[in-house]
Design a protein around this ligand. Structure first.
Ligand SMILES: NC(=O)c1ccc[n+]([C@@H]2O[C@H](COP(=O)([O-])OP(=O)(O)OC[C@H]3O[C@@H](n4cnc5c(N)ncnc54)[C@H](O)[C@@H]3O)[C@@H](O)[C@H]2O)c1
Length: 355
């Protein structure tokens, strides 16, 4: 399946299929240098596939430390200097093979090498159906996540579904949080379809028909980022579940998408209180429980530290906690939420966890 962005210029294809990386040479043929960066775990699980891919027209292949640990200034310096030692021209392409961490890191190398060279995303996690689209790239600072970065569109996204076969259960759950988020932004039919396909953890871990759900999620994200690339308006909707989710992630160290799922339920409680929405919160809570998200973590939390973390979120302004809320499924809005509403919602979600 091939999707295409619809910007006025500089569009890129998103190929979603098994063996998609066999097509890499089609997209790299005209470059003078091609550097491939592979996440360490992906390299271990898929060594022969990676070798077959990098035999053609590749200047050098680098193995990167697995996951989030690579998104630092230290590794940035190390790899950008290594790239420069090849005396590359602007006619260079970097290829990122890995989850969102490798995509963000390599994308940032590409955005800054010689003031910008091309890069191709080869996402290998479910979450990366989200992160590989839209051109946000970057690394972490000691002051927080993703604070050093750029907007830099990829030249292509080759989503090879074979890679999903080696994902551990916790990464499947984490990525599914973002798939579910896209469905909630899309509308009730998308949510019902997802919940019918994946009704408990075993049915989710089989990943049956995941291709269609990923394509739907990618299409939802594409529609939003094409309208608002620099996050001045509707791109903020993609932060659904992230305000509370990031705070929970920071406090408990549970994986990102697990925390986002908890943040999604929290946001429903807030929307019911603030917007008179009518979300069946217990249904969503039970659904998360059936899928095996770590809801017991809620009992280890207290409100004040979470509030402090939410106040630090870089998307906040002075007037309060800005949050994406669903007026109804498929109807996102961004609102300023008073602290008393946030605290009451926290008490409610904790109580749900005790029942
Ligand atoms: N740029 C964006 O728009 C955007 C959006 C959302 C998230 N992100 C970023 O994405 C990152 C999270 O991405 P992620 O969830 O993909 O995590 P990740 O890239 O950290 O990968 C998670 C783990 O899975 C392993 N892994 C990756 N692919 C595998 C495979 N096929 N088989 C087995 N193991 C595999 C990795 O080695 C790592 O240990 C965060 O840094 C986040 O900030 C960026």
């Amino acid at each position: 399946m091939k999707l295409m962005t619809t910007y006025s210029t500089q569009n890129y294809p998103v190929i979603v299929e098994h063996h998609a990386i066999d097509r890499l040479a089609e997209y790299t043929a005209t470059y003078q240098h091609v550097f491939v960066f592979v996440d360490e775990h992906v390299n271990t699980h898929w060594s022969s596939k990676i070798q077959a891919m990098t035999q053609q027209q590749v200047t050098k292949t680098f193995e990167l430390p697995a996951g989030e640990q690579v998104k630092t200034l230290r590794y940035y310096e190390q790899y950008i200097e290594q790239l420069l030692s090849f005396q590359p021209t602007r006619n260079t392409c970097l290829v990122a093979v890995g989850g969102g961490a490798v995509g963000d890191f390599v994308g940032f190398l590409a955005a800054t090498l010689l003031r910008g060279v091309d890069f191709i995303q080869v996402p290998t996690t479910i979450l990366a159906h989200d992160s590989s689209i839209g051109g946000k790239v970057g690394i972490n600072a000691t002051f927080g996540k993703n604070l050093i970065g750029a907007f830099h569109r990829p030249a292509a996204v080759l989503y090879d579904l074979d890679f999903l076969g080696s994902l551990p259960a916790s990464e499947i759950l984490s990525g599914y949080g973002e798939v579910y988020k896209h469905a909630l932004l899309q509308g009730p039919k998308s949510v019902q379809t997802l919940e019918a396909s994946y009704y408990d953890q075993p049915s989710l871990l089989k990943l049956e028909n995941i291709e269609q759900h990923l394509i739907d999620g990618i299409q939802t994200k594409l529609d939003i980022v094409v309208n608002d690339e620099k996050e001045r308006g509707q791109r903020q909707w993609l932060n659904l579940g992230h305000t509370f989710g990031h705070a929970v992630e920071y406090q408990t160290k549970i994986p990102h998408g697990h925390a986002v799922m908890i943040g999604i339920v929290y946001q429903m409680i807030v929307a019911n209180a603030l917007l008179d929405a009518n979300h069946p919160v217990q249904h969503y809570f039970n659904y998360l429980k059936a899928l095996g998200y770590p809801l017991e973590q809620l009992q280890n939390l207290t409100f004040e530290p979470l509030l402090k973390l939410m106040q630090q979120d870089k998307k906040n302004n002075q007037s309060g906690i800005r949050m994406v809320l669903l007026q109804a499924v498929g109807q996102p809005t961004v609102e300023t939420v008073p602290v008393d509403v946030l605290e009451a919602a926290f008490n409610t979600i904790q109580t749900l966890g005790k029942e």
